[in-house]
Design a protein around this ligand. Sequence first.
Ligand code: PMP
Length: 414
Amino acid sequence: TDTADTARTGSGGETGATGNAELTRRWQGALMDNYGTPRLPVTHGEGARLWDADGKEYLDFVGGIAVNALGTGHPAVVRAVSDQIATLGHVSNLFVAEPPVALAERLLRLFDRPGRVFFSNSGAEAVEAAFKIGRCTGRTHMVATEGGFHGRTMGALALTGQAAKRDPFLPLPGEVTHVPYGDADALRTAVTEETALVIVEPIQGENGVVVPPEGYLAAAREITAATGTLLVLDEVQTGIGRTGHWFACQAQGVRPDVVTLAKGLGGGLPIGATIAFDGAAELLTPGRHGTTFGGNPVACAAALAVLDTIEDDGILDHVKRVGGRLRDSVRALGHPLIDRVRGAGLLLGIVLTEPVAPQVQKAAQDAGFLVNACAPDVVRLAPPLIVGEAEVDALVRSLPAVLDAVDGTRRAGD
Ligand code: PMP
């Protein structure tokens, strides 16, 4: 047999030399265990499908956690990356290449506003740059939301509103007040003329796909405008078509001062972006920030291919249609373990009536579907934006049996 093929399918034959058990044993001896949960060894993918190291096929409703906008191996991304790495793989930011310039222009055009973009390599770094922009206002106080997630580096963690992630690292930088998410009155009370920035996710992704009440972002805009405070919208998870709009804030007509992006932007390549609009674009003056890899031409070329494909293939409309179909048909199951389904586009949370999301994740995996337990009682679905109706329908058809298996186990264990 073809060796490449053998490696891809993980069919190290009956010995299982490259199979799930062997890769699991090896990662446990070599990689830090950041999450303390089992990890499925994955060898390759195609579109919205992935294969594990034993050769088993899955439909992928995790999508690298809202990263693989176009799925795995999209020809436009493959072509852009391979052309760019062959032409100019990297150049220091002491120089400038076409792809970061074109990508920045393109992002500003999508917002239809003047501004400037700082490129980095991840969501946390995009938030760190926003943090520093806030400090350049001369104010030090910041307001963020309880349950909010903005990354694991120290500045981003200071803004993150989840005690379990913060507590081991106190004291964190800055003076940050956390207010209940979705509560405009609490925001109004916390924000003063001393507040540098307010950072909000349009939908709290990591916290369990929590959707704020209608008008919350508009209220945040009005409150921050009144005190001369920067409104930073963290669209790392909600941006780049995830909700069926280019950016979630656009669905509500809210114009932030700063937007952070990452995840779906690079179609699988690491890239973060901090976009500062109007006056906010001038705050981070020369000498105050920088990075070696930010604006890497290959990552930017991949991002341009992602944006082109979303536009050319009408993917925003597709996300609205297929996301609506997924949400409605999961709701229509009326299963006793399902409390409700929330979210927008292809960022959906199935809220369970019991804290059994990890068990649902495992049962779904056994059935050939990858989903993510992002809270004890929330199963998150964030598949590639190109996921098809047939693939969505396949998940929905399998869910009753998956949930019954968990429900049965739970009752048996009562
Ligand atoms: N902000 C939000 C809203 C996120 O969802 C995440 C990642 N889950 C981050 C920031 C951090 O991104 P990264 O993991 O790339 O640092």
